[in-house]
Design a protein around this ligand. Structure first.
Ligand SMILES: [Zn+2]
Length: 711
């Protein structure tokens, strides 16, 4: 293999750790078209081969169908994966342009392979000879067949034409929906010029508002003297509602925010017709595919069995959250009354954030900035690695310099089994890159885990070990001061590391089901959210939280505040998610065009039991619900809560054996590793969960962790 690939350009090597330096914008433009052309020709060759085998009735084998398909897909994933990765972490105008120029061809190739009739028939034939295949192979095959069906491969003639043109229209409608939300958000501003209009705002927000004013032409604007430009984007809108003492301005900005893109006040930006069209088209697509509605299409590829199962869970959460949310609202009113505020008897939606922040400060005095010195990155990593050793029996060691990196801040680590700390001996299992710091201008915001190499076996029988990219965006070290993290950033690191663990500790050697591959969308956040729970575990947190200068432990009072803050306003937060999830689900199962009931009327009906403050008249939240109308969450918004049930319930297995009982924590940790982290997509997630927990998931732990009481 190495001799035949030696002459290939680096970007087309298709295996091993990438040499990032060689993946230049020029190489992308020069070689990705060549790759697509080759893959296209190979796919055609494979289709011909499979076509004649099908015609002559020759039985097909896994190695004749799935292996070549996997190799084709892997070559694309490896090359395009490196390009996309660099586009996220080392962006430049040249790379962005080279990436964008090739994207359509890459997507088109994926569509072609995913809608190939010959390949579909070959997979079907392979499935019929079931006996020769193991359980993982069967699951990979049915997932592949299901995905192709949902892409319309089973349709023909005019039905397929109608399906394809509706898919096209839906894609355009989604884009328009998203753009109109963006335009409506950007199209509203309010210039504040008097000092009393910014009463209560923190310096960081005044900075932002003055900067926005400068960008809009007030070149003299300063944080101290204004003018300040308010807008509807989250970084300006959310803190304004939280801190502004001017109730009239809070009301004004709230009303503008909830009526975005709904055609009110003569605006041309109106998403209502788009919403009805999108829901109508999705309903028609579902019927073409043989389903009753779009909710059924969405659930066909998820862990949740049925709409009834999702509704049952949402009702458990709603019943627990509703009375708590009512009490929380009363507590806010009481807080307002203590401060002698006129609105105490008549709290409105634009008062909630403000009084919640006041009450939070009074109850906890938790200053998230003040905790940073207790969480220097090197110490947090030590704590995280010690936890992984304690739970999963693995050793993690830095091996910087052993792999090429894309930036000098990037570190490289290896995961070993059976190693003595510091000795380096032991069996390598996996490796990961960690790119911790933000680089404004060249690195995408947020945090994520991505696959560099996926566990598999080469044709010669040797193993390919998994390698992960772990990307965060925290503040870089300054001089001798290490990167000091907020508690939220610590949680984010643990979260992404949980995804990484599932990718890296997999024992599945078929890449289609290794790690996170083949794991249902509503189950994939289980390991990540599970790891977040450990940030609140006393031993884990106190083990790593020490002042970076004097080594002092995090004061007990601060730890208690962190615990209390976790469940503050927990009823309202849960109820809000239940409202969104239920509205999404019902719009995609119950709403019918021409029924006389508008989508908004349906939402308001659901709001009667899922909100404690009814939506105001202008509230047109659906017109900016991008998750379901411009993103991939249609009839899937419930997944957030579904996966949280799994992760909380998994963590409660550790609580049950006692978080201080080292021996049983170790046994439970090993079992988590051998099931959830190891089996990936090779088994039904319900079976994986049951193998770990000994029973089906229960919402009891999530309700308790949210500070609520089950009803
Ligand atoms: Zn995640």
């Amino acid at each position: 293999m190495s001799s035949s690939t030696a002459a290939l350009p680096e970007i087309l090597r298709g295996e091993g750790l990438p040499n990032f330096e060689a993946v230049t914008p020029g190489a992308v433009s020069a070689h990705i078209p060549q790759l697509i052309q080759e893959l296209d020709a190979e796919l055609t060759g494979l289709e011909q081969q499979l076509g004649s085998a099908l015609e002559s009735g020759t039985p097909l084998s896994w190695s004749a169908v799935m292996d070549p398909l996997q190799r084709l897909g892997e070559r694309l994933r490896w090359s395009w994966g490196v390009v996309s990765h660099l586009n996220g972490v080392c962006n430049s105008p040249e790379l962005r342009e080279a990436h964008a120029a090739q994207q359509a061809a890459v997507v088109q190739f994926g569509n072609r392979a995913g809608q190939s009739q010959v390949i579909y028939k070959a997979l079907e034939q392979l499935q019929q000879q079931g006996g020769a295949l193991d359980a993982a192979q069967q699951r990979i095959l049915s997932a592949e067949l299901r995905d192709m069906q949902l892409r319309g491969v089973g349709l023909s003639g005019s039905e397929q034409e109608a399906f394809n043109s509706a898919s096209q229209e839906l894609a355009e409608l989604s884009t328009r929906f998203g753009n109109q939300v963006l335009d409506a958000t950007n199209g509203w501003t309010l210039k504040l010029i008097e000092r009393d209009q910014v009463d209560g705002l923190p310096t960081s927000l005044l900075d932002q508002l003055a900067q926005a004013a400068r960008q809009a032409g007030d070149s003299e604007a300063t944080a101290e003297a204004g003018p300040w430009l308010l807008g509807l984007d989250m970084p300006r809108y959310a803190p304004f509602l939280k801190y502004s003492r001017r109730r009239d301005l809070r009301e004004q900005v709230y009303r503008a925010h909830v009526s975005r893109a709904s055609g009110q006040a003569g605006s041309e930006l109106n998403n209502w017709p788009l919403i009805e069209r999108i829901l109508t088209l999705r309903g028609e697509q579902a019927k073409r595919l043989g389903y009753a509605n779009w909710a059924e299409v969405s659930l066909a590829a998820k862990m949740a069995d049925s709409e009834a199962a999702v509704e049952a869970l949402l009702e458990e959460l709603r019943a627990a959250a509703y009375p708590a949310a009512q009490q929380e609202l009363e507590a806010l009113a009481a807080c307002a009354s203590r401060h002698g505020a006129a609105e105490a008897d008549d709290l409105q939606p634009w008062d909630v954030s403000f009084w919640a922040e006041k009450l939070r400060q009074e109850s906890f005095e938790l200053d998230s900035e003040a905790l940073r010195p207790y969480f220097p990155l090197p110490q947090v990593l030590e704590g995280l690695f010690a936890l992984c050793s304690r739970l999963f029996g693995i050793t993690i060691e830095a091996v910087d310099g052993e792999a090429p990196v894309w930036h000098s801040d990037v570190r490289y680590f290896r995961i070993l089994e059976g190693a003595q700390a510091g000795s380096g001996a032991g069996t390598p299992l996996a490796a990961f890159y960690l790119d911790p710091y933000s680089r404004p201008g060249s690195k995408r915001g947020g945090a994520w885990m991505d696959e560099c190499l996926v566990r598999s076996r080469r044709p010669d029988g040797t193993a390919v070990l998994p390698v992960a990219y772990l990307i965060c965006n925290q503040s870089p070290p300054v001089g001798d001061t290490p990167s000091l993290m907020t508690f939220e950033e610590v949680e984010t690191l643990f979260h992404e590391f949980g995804h990484g663990l599932q990718h890296m500790l997999t024992t599945v050697e078929r890449p289609q089901a290794a790690g996170i591959n083949g794991v249902e969308w509503d189950a994939v956040e289980l390991p990540s959210q599970f790891m977040e729970n450990w940030c609140y575990d006393r031993a884990t947190l106190m083990g790593m939280a020490r002042h970076w200068q004097n080594g002092e432990a995090l004061p007990e009072a601060e730890y208690r505040k962190l615990l209390a803050a976790r469940t503050f306003m927990g009823g309202s937060a849960t109820l809000r998610q239940v409202h969104f999830a239920l509205v999404d689900l019902k719009l995609h199962s119950q709403w019918q065009p021409g029924s006389g009931q508008s989508p908004e009327a349906l939402r308001r009906q659901i709001a009667e039991s899922t909100t404690v403050l009814a939506p105001i008249d202008e509230d047109a939240f659906l017109c900016s619900f991008g998750h379901i109308f411009a993103g991939g969450y249609a009839a899937g918004y419930y997944s957030y809560k579904w996966a949280e049930v799994l992760s909380a319930d998994a963590f409660s297995a550790f609580e049950e054996v006692g978080l201080e009982n080292e021996e049983r924590i170790r046994d439970t940790g090993r079992r988590f590793r051998d099931t959830v982290l190891s089996l990936g997509g090779s088994l039904d997630p319900k079976q994986v969960f049951e193998a770990f927990r000994g029973r089906q998931p229960s919402s009891e732990a999530l309700i308790r962790h949210s500070g609520l009481v089950a009803v």
